[in-house]
Design a protein. Structure first.
Length: 187
């Protein structure tokens, strides 16, 4: 039996995207927003971020899939020292006819590593993150308004029914009392 050593290689990134968050829980079609991206340098040397993008694959209401890329609004490149983080923002805008539901974004940074031996930037790494974006139905506000109107109508109907019942009981009581008053004859 011959044993062959197996070498497993892994890519170690000097940069990792630790979080990607949105400023709101959900968005409506046609709205704009920002993705807050936190980039962390976990190596012993500085890095330089040269690009930051967010790709979104989404459906239009007609069922066709589209892809759109949004870019950071930061002035690049940005250097990140060892052990430090940097927050960057990516603005985005949703089309007015985007289909509602969850969609996953692909956020990717492009960075270069500082080579202390040659005193220059070299190599490129592409750390990424996949946050989920929720697009609310454009009909939800109309549905909520109709639901509120229906609730008010239901309450008013119950109130009218109870008021009518109370008046009917009072009228019946008055009628019975007046009938008894006429039945008693005077000598």
């Amino acid at each position: 039996m011959i044993l062959t050593p197996v070498v497993v290689t892994s890519t170690a990134y000097a940069t990792s995207i630790t979080t990607c968050t949105f400023e709101k829980e959900y968005y409506y079609p046609g709205q704009t927003g920002f993705i807050n991206v936190t980039v962390y340098n976990d190596k012993d040397y500085k890095i330089r971020i040269t690009g930051l993008t967010a790709d979104i694959h989404y459906y239009y209401l007609d069922g066709v899939v589209y892809e759109q890329t949004f870019f950071t609004n930061a002035t690049l490149p940005i250097e990140v020292q060892s052990g430090e983080t940097n927050n960057l923002f990516i603005p985005f805008s949703l089309p007015t006819n985007i289909a509602p539901g969850y969609t996953q974004l692909y956020v990717r940074a492009v960075n270069e590593l500082w080579n202390t031996h040659s005193a220059s930037w070299s190599g490129a790494e592409y750390p990424s993150y996949r946050p989920n974006l929720y697009i609310e139905s454009p009909y939800k506000p109309q549905f909520q308004e109709l639901q509120a109107t229906n609730n008010i109508t239901t309450i008013m109907t119950y109130l009218l029914g109870v008021t009518t019942l109370v008046f009917a009981v009072v009228a019946l009581s008055i009628f019975i009392i007046s009938k008894r008053a006429h039945v008693v004859t005077q000598p």
